[in-house]
Design a protein around this ligand. Structure first.
Ligand SMILES: Nc1nc2c(ncn2[C@@H]2O[C@H](COP(=O)(O)OP(=O)(O)OP(=O)(O)O)[C@@H](O)[C@H]2O)c(=O)[nH]1
Ligand SMILES: [Mg+2]
Length: 630
């Protein structure tokens, strides 16, 4: 389905034309009918001869209700520019045209109304003036048709032109996440709250869980209608009414967007490409207070240029800082007016230039290689991991589609999954970072051969990354076997430490075995103190390395050599063989130490799962067969 929109100056015959085309009066408010003037948006279904159906949005022409016109304008794809043949183009003809030129209109038809009131000569003048008015806009080459809504003249011809134009419009993206700017909210007795709007993209199905943004209310689509008919699903370009149970009608208003639940994150700042209107250039400052018309919403904010304000109408990057949150998709088009008075300033397209180029490309070749676009997005983010929902939002596709493409990229090896929270970086970015870390570790080892590797914090500093992110990358490299972890040191798997001869002499001297007391440890604090006093290069680092590799084992303040631990294990195996138990006193005697050393040592063995404590008795922990095999 597509959306046809009327536009034009007040009283030029827009609503009468809608009645002539559809038989439906779009002026639904009593006040509108009494005053003979449209105040708010009106809607009507248009049936064409070949079974084609479209929705018509009728807008008020009066300048005072321009904000209402703007609330419905973004959904229009085919513009009926309505011009009174007796008057020709008037101010709102131009204003509406300028607005729609920035939005999503793909085709236009110029409709000269009140044909019954003019002669051929006046009609020719009106047509010439109209042609002039549309020069340089989306309606530049639009066909012109003269009609009378009173007599019906020209209406059949107009319908034919509408049919042709609709057939030429591109389909709206179907695999994009649903985005419906709400233009009406009302309650139906027995049904509760109903919202209506133009589904800009995506699909809404009965039972879908959706989100109202920016209010953040999770809602369920109980039932869906398009033009009074109940349907199971509606897709991009349809006029849709959705019944939302459990939502207070007063909790929401026009301007809210009903969107797919997980793909949209509300933002209050937008990077846009802004196109100023020539007549607005003199009003633009580096920072200009504005009203941004996004979807059906009107949000006060500030339009900010990085440099001086534009001198001509060439599109330029700008930032929109809003006073309220909103949701947009890449390529969303919006209108910017001055805060006060409300002059039209220009149009803007949301998203980074890359995202916009992608979305432009995408509408050209619908359904093209999304995986490669997902890879582009992940690669563009460098080492900043992207979650699936962020990738879906960047690509403007539903989450399920994005996820299956990401999974394929992970399977093919071009994307790496990081854990906690699950997010993705490109293999290329991960490899570049790994190479940097590997080179740096190697250099360090050459400079200080007694240092095994580096702690997470050191590597984070080297990569200029936040420590939690560095930890996630390191874990991924550890998982694929490129990096080993010993103690708190990350190192290349084949990295070997080498002590200097001065360091070795120190340890030989300080840690020599006492033949009389082979299981006596040394005090860690005392060892460190002597190490510092010895003034040997890298000695304290070397102690840390020996502790990390298990050459030394620290238990409380006691430090044992690996050989001592092995000896204690052997003594225990002998003492506790065949399920025998032993008291602490027996263990102490077997070790030939005192209770002061034996107790922490036994707690260490309990902790590593060698022994188990049963009251005062220690036994060997039974090794399960599976573990024994491993
Ligand atoms: N004779 C004649 N009168 C027309 C025709 N079309 C509209 N009118 C009259 O023009 C007046 C305005 O028509 P509307 O259809 O309300 O105009 P509009 O553009 O919807 O006006 P707004 O919504 O207020 O901007 C009404 O009195 C209509 O009856 C036509 O084709 N012929
Ligand atoms: Mg009207």
């Amino acid at each position: 389905m597509h959306i046809v929109g009327t536009a034009g100056h007040v009283d030029h015959g827009k609503s009468s034309l809608v009645i002539a085309l559809t038989g439906h009066n779009p002026d639904r408010l009593i006040e509108e009918r009494e005053r003979g003037m449209t105040l708010d948006l009106g809607f009507a279904p248009l049936q064409l001869s070949d079974g084609l159906e479209a929705g018509i949005i009728d807008v008020p022409g009066h300048e005072r209700f321009l904000h209402n016109m703007l609330a419905g304008a973004a959904g229009m794809e085919l513009l009926l520019l309505v011009i009174d043949a007796t008057e020709g183009p008037r101010p709102q003809t131009f204003d509406h045209l300028r607005i729609l030129d920035f939005l999503n209109v793909g085709r236009a038809i110029i409709v000269l109304t009140k044909r019954d009131l003019v002669d051929a000569e006046s009609l020719a003048i009106a047509e010439a003036l109209s042609r002039e008015a549309v020069a340089g806009t989306v309606a530049q080459d639009a066909p012109v048709v003269a009609v009378s809504s009173l007599t019906g003249e020209g209406i059949a011809q107009l319908k034919t032109l509408i049919g042709e134009a609709l057939a030429a419009l591109p389909l709206r993206p179907q695999d994009a996440p649903a985005y419906l700017p709400v233009d009406r909210v009302f309650a139906l007795p027995g049904h509760g709250t109903i919202v209506t709007g133009t589904l800009m993209q995506g699909t809404i199905k009965t039972g879908d869980t959706l989100m109202l943004q920016p209010s953040g209310l999770e809602v369920r689509a109980r039932s869906i209608q398009t033009f009074g008919r109940k349907v199971e699903s509606a897709s991009g370009g349809a006029r849709v009414a959705v019944n939302l149970p459990g939502i207070d009608v007063h909790a929401i208003r026009r301007g809210e967007a009903l969107v797919a639940a997980r793909e949209f994150a509300p933002v209050s700042e937008l990077n846009v490409q802004f196109t100023p209107l020539p007549q607005a250039l003199r009003l633009l400052k580096r920072r200009t207070p504005v009203r941004a018309h996004i979807g059906s919403d009107e949000i006060p904010g500030v339009l900010i240029f990085a440099g001086p304000p534009p001198a001509d109408s060439t599109p330029l990057p700008a930032r929109l800082v809003l006073t309220r949150q909103t949701v947009v998709y890449p390529g969303s088009r919006l209108i910017v007016r001055r805060m006060s008075p409300k002059d039209l300033l220009g149009g803007a397209v949301a998203g980074s230039p890359a995202a916009r180029a992608q979305s432009a490309q995408r509408s050209l070749q619908e359904g093209d290689a999304v995986p490669s676009r997902a890879l582009d997005a992940i690669e563009a983010a460098g080492l900043a991991p992207l979650a699936s929902a962020q990738i879906a939002a960047t690509l403007n596709v539903v989450l399920a589609k994005a996820q299956s493409d990401i999974d394929a990229l992970v399977a093919s090896g071009s994307v790496v999954a990081l854990a906690k929270p699950l997010a993705y970086v490109s293999r290329a970015a991960s490899d570049r970072a790994f190479d940097r870390v590997a080179r740096w570790l190697e250099q360090r080892r050459r400079r200080a051969s007694w240092v095994l590797g580096a702690a997470t914090a050191d590597i984070a500093r080297e990569l200029e990354l936040a420590e939690p992110l560095a930890a996630r990358l390191l874990a991924a490299w550890h998982d694929d076997g490129r990096l080993a972890l010993t103690g708190r040191f990350w190192h290349l798997p084949d990295a070997a430490v080498e002590l200097t001869s001065a360091q070795r002499d120190f340890f030989v001297h300080e840690l020599r075995e006492d033949p009389a007391n082979p299981l006596f440890p040394v005090s860690f604090d005392a060892l460190m103190e002597r190490a510092r006093a010895a003034r040997i290069e890298g000695l304290t680092d070397a102690i840390e390395t020996l502790l990390a590799t298990g050459a030394l084992v620290r238990i409380g303040d006691d430090v044992y050599r690996r050989a001592q631990i092995q000896r204690a294990r052997a003594l225990l195996a002998q003492l506790l063989k065949d399920g025998a138990g032993a008291t602490m006193a027996q263990v102490r005697d077997a070790f030939g130490t005192s209770r002061r050393y034996a107790l922490p040592l036994m707690e260490h063995f309990d902790g590593v799962g060698l022994t188990i404590r049963d009251g005062d008795i220690r036994r060997l922990r039974k090794v399960t067969p599976v573990k024994a095999l491993g």
